[in-house]
Design a protein around this ligand. Structure first.
Ligand code: MG
Ligand code: MG
Length: 261
């Protein structure tokens, strides 16, 4: 069932999502060679709790294994999604996707940004730019009268036209009182196919894009997903509402991008 949100609920969703944006910016300030993803996780946990919210990902259940042990997912280089923060220092030239969720006043925020660590190779930087562009192309399709497939089509076309791979096994999602609600929002699709988009729908659009083949592999920790060919992967995510017929981006990269990393 798809829960359409009222105006008041959309504003509550915006508060939860802006907190995610501020948390990602707080993390971004500390991303440099030598820092560990566990240190980033500690920053996130403290910042989210200091702002009266709950880090949604901490203890998130896994039907195949242990609950998620951290407040953010940190996916480095060939890791696509759901990387677990650890004590390995980030190295110059790495990329790290930081996915963050908050529960504030009963509503969820969810957003992800792929950061560069030090000086990153030009071909990897291009992967990040194209993935972020694809996110906004997908968002542009989130209008009343269009369908879920229009979003996926826009994301897929943009990424595949650059020779990148679109991961199929993980998709965006409806979001609200629950972190994952209906409908599923794939990063691939056909124009005019799928669920009709309506005012009040809140969805997380989140392209997970690989530099090479889109095939993935789940590590034995039952969380970390890597690209099978071990090429780098990028992940950018916004939560949006369909509001007055148009996409209203509830999360924000503004504070991250003001850091001029
Ligand atoms: Mg996310
Ligand atoms: Mg999500």
């Amino acid at each position: 069932m798809i829960f359409l949100k009222t105006e008041d609920e959309i504003e509550l969703m915006r508060e939860a999502n802006l907190l995610v944006g501020r948390t990602l910016a707080e993390i971004g300030k500390s991303i440099k060679p030598g820092v560990t993803t566990k240190q980033l996780d500690k920053i996130a946990n403290e910042y989210i709790r200091d702002n009266g919210a709950i880090p949604t990902f901490l203890n998130f259940p896994n039907p195949y294994g242990s609950p998620f042990p951290a407040s953010i997912c940190t996916s480095v280089n060939e890791q696509v999604v759901h990387g677990i923060p650890n004590d390995d220092p980030l190295k110059d030239g790495d990329i790290v996707s930081v996915d963050c969720g908050t529960l504030l006043n009963g509503y969820n925020g969810d957003s992800c940004y792929t950061f560069c660590v030090g000086e990153v190779a030009d071909d990897v930087k291009s992967l990040l730019s194209v993935t972020k562009e694809a996110l906004y192309k997908g968002i542009q399709e989130a209008q009343t009268g269009k369908r879920i497939g229009d979003i996926g089509y826009a994301v897929q076309q943009h990424c595949e036209s650059h020779g990148y791979g679109v991961v199929r096994e993980f998709v965006g999602h409806g979001i609200g009182k629950e972190m994952h609600e209906e409908p599923a929002v794939p990063n691939y699709g056909r124009r005019g196919n799928g669920t009709m988009l309506k005012n009040g729908m809140c969805i997380a659009i989140e392209p997970m894009i690989t530099m090479g083949d889109p095939k993935i592999y789940l590590l034995s920790d039952k969380w970390t997903v890597i690209s099978r060919d071990r090429k780098p992967a990028a992940h950018f995510e916004h939560t949006i509402a369909i509001h007055h017929g148009k996409p209203d981006i509830l999360s924000s990269f503004e504070e991250i991008e003001n850091l001029n990393l």
